[in-house]
Design a protein around this ligand. Structure first.
Ligand code: MIC
Ligand code: SF4
Length: 643
């Protein structure tokens, strides 16, 4: 039987286990990527491992999330990251050089390799035929130290593309269509593999838009084949020698096949507040918009910005709209400058910022209260933009620009002829803002500002857990709810301080209540609904609750990366054996998990006692032996030190 592309790459990297869906495997990691918001903790943890030099083929540390340097915290983090990179053998992409995923595709991604990144949009590099996976910072630290990455052998879903995109329909509309079909729920443990005749009509950067936002499906990653289009892109980046052809065997077997005819794709839009709340733009045309923001790792390729600038040329942003463009990388910004596209944007009244994550993560450009913001980003979770009442819609650059001109949601097909764009035969390469590691690492001193703390320590799991349900939440709680970013980002290296904001958007009293219970020696519980912990890979959504004494999360379903992070920090992730039992627990109830340590050790059933209601509730967990041992040890760091 033939192999899928996914199986081929995984097979080449398999360290342990067999490629049977659902089984635990571990794979060798060729490349790692970290960004500043998750990277400081990853590096602190890497230091704690005591490995003198990274053992991967390539590790890159990017600064892109928090570049404004509004206070010393931010600048201290950057200096620390730069020193660590110099000393331990990482490349360091300076603030201003661009968003990690955009720069990685341009300068480092390589067909057939594995990439582990401390950011949930790491799958962007799947557009370059990599198995690229998002994980918590501690997993990245271990991979940098040469350790394998443990994961569930995936089910492979094929998306078979036929036809060709029509003018004004884009790669963004394709992934929005896929999200409409697969939704953000129920895809844990799968990898989406693209194939079919339509693949060759898409450039690498268009593929990267699709794999990027594949993260919103909750899948492990998404991957495209490596073909002549891949070679063309690598050649234009001066990296043709990295190319190799890679595709699935014709008789490969898939767990599910979804067919999409690109010729039938229309401009799409995700309505507030979920990326899978997708309809056609036609259905919501005419709604007044207050802000249009183009940027993020999803949609600022050269193609995206060129078409956007051509749409804006000779036009002007509507007087009641605030229009922002944040290019994905310095390479793109420099090319926009040289090709006069920047001028067109500036003339049109577009506000252009330096390349970074920026507004995508609520760092500035917060829309007004109760307003409508049209964004080309990948997530529209409530509050992520920095305003709790604004409504964020996700669209392609084409829809964004058309709407910026008219001031209302606009189907771009009404603009007439589609601007021309030809993929460049040569990108303008200048790697001067990517610093190589030091040749004299012994002499590099690590500077640690006052905001840089230590990774917090945890005790082994107590035999029995007893305590209160400190918070009961509903479905689709994202890591943005658990551990808000935006202006709080600067505390990512300071766990005691950052912990003060756990669950702040839902219940600002949470942290104080948790600390009070912890001081009394009680264990804290969180109860959640479906898709608990979706979104960002930030391990802080586990580290900070750990710091606040949270010992177990009980939910209807917990997302993949968040589950892994909970395990990594010794928090027991449990699901209801019967989803309806969710209704049998209220906030404030006293719970007990007697001899949970023994049950985990022996892989035995766990029953939760609700002491307030006098009921017993059966729990489910699907944890491998290794994961159970990690939880018993109090987390991955103590576990790694034990072995
Ligand atoms: C995001 O898009 O939510 C982020 C910010 O890039 C996060 C990482 C983080 O929280 O630092 C992600 O996607 O993993
Ligand atoms: Fe940055 Fe936004 Fe991409 Fe996350 S989704 S890496 S915040 S641009």
């Amino acid at each position: 039987m033939g192999l899928t592309l996914t199986e081929k790459i995984l097979k080449e990297h398999l360290v342990s286990g067999t490629l049977k869906p659902g089984e635990e495997i571990s794979i060798r990691i060729d490349q790692t990527l970290t960004q500043d918001a998750t990277g400081t903790m990853a590096c602190l943890q890497f230091e704690a491992l005591g490995v003198p030099r990274v053992k991967t083929e390539l590790s890159v540390s990017y600064v892109d999330h928090n570049v404004l340097q509004l206070g010393f915290e931010n600048s201290d983090d950057q200096l620390y990251l730069q020193n660590i990179a110099e000393k331990y053998g990482l490349y360091y992409s300076k603030a201003g050089n661009g968003i990690c995923h955009s720069v990685h595709i341009e300068r480092f991604a390589q067909p057939g390799k594995t990439l582990l990144g401390s950011d949930s949009h790491t799958p962007t590099a799947g557009g370059m035929a990599m198995i690229a996976i998002g994980a918590g910072g501690l997993d990245i630290a271990i991979a940098m130290g040469g350790g394998p990455f443990y994961m569930t052998s995936p089910r492979v879903v094929k998306v078979e593309l036929s036809g060709k995109l029509q003018p004004w329909s884009t790669a963004k509309d394709v992934i929005l269509k896929v999200l409409q079909i697969l939704t953000t729920k129920g895809n844990v443990g799968s990898i989406v593999e693209y194939g079919g005749d339509g693949v060759k009509t898409l450039a690498v950067t268009e593929r990267a838009t699709i794999t990027n936002m594949g993260a919103e499906l909750g899948v492990t990653t998404s991957v495209f084949p490596s073909d002549e289009r891949t070679r063309e892109f690598l050649k234009a980046q001066g990296r043709e020698k990295c190319w190799r052809e890679l595709k699935a065997d014709p008789d490969a077997q898939y767990d599910r096949v979804i067919k999409i005819n690109l010729s039938e794709i229309e401009p799409m839009i995700a309505l507030p507040h979920s990326p899978d709340n997708v309809v056609t733009v036609k259905e919501v045309e005419g709604k007044k918009v207050h802000q249009v923001a183009m940027g993020s790792c999803t949609n600022t390729s050269l193609q995206d910005v060129t078409i956007a600038a051509k749409i804006m040329k000779g036009k002007h942003v509507h007087p009641s709209v605030n229009c922002i463009l944040t290019p994905g990388s310095r390479q793109i910004l420099r090319m926009m400058n040289k090709e006069g596209l920047l001028q067109d944007m500036l003339d049109a009244g577009v506000r252009v910022t330096e390349p970074n994550c920026g507004f995508c993560i609520g760092m500035g450009h917060v829309p007004p209260s109760n307003s409508v913001s049209l964004r080309t980003v990948n997530r529209n979770f409530k509050g992520r933009c920095g305003s709790a009442t604004a409504e964020v819609y996700l669209v392609s650059p084409e829809v964004a620009m058309a709407s910026a001109i008219t001031g209302v949601i606009t189907d771009p097909r009404t603009l007439g002829e589609y601007p021309k764009f030809t993929q460049p035969s040569e990108y303008d390469v200048d790697d001067s803002m990517i610093l190589p590691p030091s040749k004299a690492p012994e002499s590099v001193e690590i500077t640690r500002g006052p905001n840089i703390g230590e990774p917090p320590k945890n005790e082994p799991l107590p035999k029995t857990l007893k305590g209160t349900v400190l918070l009961k939440v509903g479905d689709k709680i994202t890591t943005d709810h658990i551990m808000p970013a935006g202006q709080k980002l600067k505390y990512r290296s300071n766990i005691p301080k950052y912990s003060e904001f756990v669950f702040e958007p839902i219940d600002p009293t949470f942290a104080a209540r948790a600390m009070a219970q912890k001081a009394l020696g009680n264990h804290n519980f969180i109860v959640g609904g479906d898709s608990y912990g979706q979104g960002s890979s930030r391990e802080h959504a586990a580290i900070c609750p750990m710091y606040l004494g949270v010992k177990a999360v009980i939910a209807k379903a917990i997302e993949r990366i968040h589950t892994a992070n909970l395990i990594n920090f010794g928090i027991v992730p449990l699901t209801f054996a019967n989803a309806d039992d969710y209704d049998k627990i209220d906030q404030g109830d006293e719970l007990e998990l007697s001899d949970v340590a023994g049950a985990l050790k022996n892989n035995k059933a766990i029953v939760l006692k609700n002491k307030t209601k006098g009921t017993e509730i059966p729990m489910d967990y699907s944890l491998t032996e290794r994961q159970r041992k990690i939880i018993l040890a109090g987390g991955l760091l103590p576990f790694t030190r034990e072995i």
